[in-house]
Design a protein around this ligand. Sequence first.
Ligand code: TPP
Length: 309
Amino acid sequence: MTFADEREQLLYATLRIRRVEEHIARIYPDDCIQSPVHLSLGQEAVAVGTCAPLARTDMVFGTYRSHAFYLAKGGSLREMMAELFGKATGCAGGKAGSMHLTAPEVGFMGSSAVVASTIPNAVGAAFAARRRRTNAIVVGVFGDGATEEGVYHESLNFAALHRLPVLFLCENNEFAVHSPRSARQSYDITEHARSFGIAAKRCGAGFDPEVVRDAVAEAVLALRSGAGPRFIECATYRYAEHVGIGDDHQIGYRPLATCNEWRARDPLLNSRACLERFEAPIAAEIEDAVAFAEASPWPTPDALLRDVA
Ligand SMILES: Cc1ncc(C[n+]2csc(CCOP(=O)(O)OP(=O)(O)O)c2C)c(N)n1
C-alpha cells in the first residue's frame, strides 16, 4: 500500500480497524463469534495514534476493549478473527476470545476482562525492562472507570517512585457501562495523575490519529530518555453500546446530540472520499481473515488445559 503522506497512512490504519469492527458487528448475529465483543468503534484513532510512535519491541497492555490496540500494534487480523471464532488458529488458541487478545511477537502483551488488572502488568513489564536495560517502553491502556480501582493508584505510585518507562494511557469515553463520570468521580483524571509527580497531559482530539500520535510521540521521547512515567488522558467516544453490537442511545443514559458532535469531527466520516481507494483492499483483507477463521479447526480437548496457569 502506498500513501500520499503520514496522515493518510494513519487514517488508513484507523479505517481498517473501523471496517473490521463493523464487519464483526454484521456477522455477530450468525453466532459464529464465540465471545462477547466490546467494540472500539469511535475510539480507533486513540489506538492508531498511540501505537504509531512505538517500536515493535515496545509493549502495550490493553483492556477487554482491545481489538483496536491489538491491530494497531500489528497483531494478525487472521489470528484475531480466528480467536473470536473460537478456533485453534486464534491468537490464544481459541480459548480466550475477544477480551483476552494477545500478540507478544509484536508487543501486544495481553488484555483482560478484569477492569484495571493490566495496569500493574504494564508497570511490572516496565520495571523488568528497566532492570534488563532493554530500552523498551510500555503503554498501559485503560478506561476512565479503571482509575477508580485501588490497583490503579498503587501502580501510578510505584511507577513514579521508580521512574519507570511506562506511559499510562487513559481512554476517557466518559462512561463506565451506563454510568457517567460525573456520578462516579470526585477528581479530575489528569490533575490526579499529576499529584503522583507524573507529567500528565490531556489530549482532547481522540478522534484524530495524528493529534494523538503527536502527543504520544513527545511522551515516548521523554520515556526513552529515562525521564520517568508519563500520563495521557485521551478524550474519546464509544459509538456502540458498552458490550455488544447495538447502538444504545435510545436507553437515555447519554444524549444522541453528543454522539453527533463526535461524528461531526470524525475524520473517517469527514474524509470519506479521500479514503475511498482503501475500501476494496481492506474489504479483501477482512474477507480473507473471516475465510481463514471459518476454515480453521476447533481446538481439541487435549488443548483445554494447555497454557493455563
Ligand atoms: C474489577 C472489575 N469490576 C467491575 C467489572 C465490570 N465492568 C466491566 S466493564 C466496566 C466499566 C469500565 O469502564 P472503563 O474503565 O471506563 O472502560 P470502558 O468500558 O469505558 O472502555 C465494568 C465496571 C469488571 N469487569 N472488573
